[in-house]
Ligand binder design. Sequence first.
Ligand code: GH3
Ligand code: MG
Ligand code: MG
Length: 370
Amino acid sequence: MIERSSPANRSAFNEDAIRSLPSSVVFQTHLGELRSVTQATPMGQRVSSIQLAETAAPTVTRPSILVVDDEPLYVELIADILGDEYEILMANEGMRALEIATIKMPHLILLDLIMPGIDGYEVCRRMRADQRTCDIPVIFITGLGEVAAEAKGLKLGAVDYITKPINPELVRARVNTQIRLKLTRDKLSQLAATDGLTGLANRSYFDKMLAYEYARHIRSGTELSLILLDIDQFKAFNDTYGHVGGDDCLRRIALAISGVVVRATDLVARYGGEEFVLLLPETHLSGAVMLAEKVRNCISDLALAHRLSSAGHVTASLGVASGRFFPGSSIPDLVQKADLQLYIAKAGGRNRVAFSAIEGLGRCIGQNGS
Ligand code: GH3
Ligand code: MG
Ligand code: MG
């Protein structure tokens, strides 16, 4: 069961935590070939669910670069120079560049300074102010000798600049360096958000996503659901089969849960120890309970031997909480509510789902411990 006064729970509603979310995170379990399905969100790509590799072959994609210039000649020239190594996206004006950057999340943007409409400075400023695009590095394309312009661009957060007329060798060198740095940063973000044992999202990433989803659901007024899962009698499992057996069991259960969760917007994370959590945006209580039952069944169906358990195999108990939250309401602790339901499921005999709906102020309006 979770500690009810966990400080990590408190920090789940910290705005700084939301801002520090990794912009691009892809998880992989250690149980062989799994591929994550990512979806663009205001924080950029994020983990949503994990698919078995057999159902979706991994595609090897090249890093992508968005080239923005109102002169088609320069766009084509840069595409010629970099097209063999990178996927090139193109835009001939600032608003279109922002649109493509938000949707495609390129690894790097080469941005002309002087353009009709919004200029390169403004594009850069808007990108930095948007959580979806603030981590994408920008290299400015400037006219030769525009020192003041280059300084202004660097102050705005550009990582480098390229001067016209374009020198192919310099373009390649500068771009390769920035792409290498970006891939390293992305990898570090991914590691920081991943649970080492199961390859699922970790507690820290879950806390940030909960804060983000909570804020988003207050704005939208839609229902947010959360499932807490705790493996039954797992101490006895470790005592019987050893910690290596216990670890293997945790990995198998992580894989099984990931296989059941198919919605791209759902998040599965390891909450800690033998506890997992599912965050289900825009999901009603009935849908969340249905999913919890599916998860419970799929764990039972694994039929992992557990001599000392009441069922003879590994089972799990699940607590579900759902709510619709409104501006001005106190922050309802969805995790606490789900934890209470988990406690009810355990007290009711384990291997079961208990659930509760919450109104805006956190009032429990119904529960079922069956
Ligand atoms: P309940 O049905 O009430 O949940 O009982 P339980 O035995 O599952 O709960 P308890 O909290 O008493 O024990 C949890 C166990 O989970 C104890 C701990 O050794 C084990 N555990 C936690 N994290 C890990 C891990 O990473 N690997 C292994 N092998 N075991 C772990
Ligand atoms: Mg526990
Ligand atoms: Mg347990």
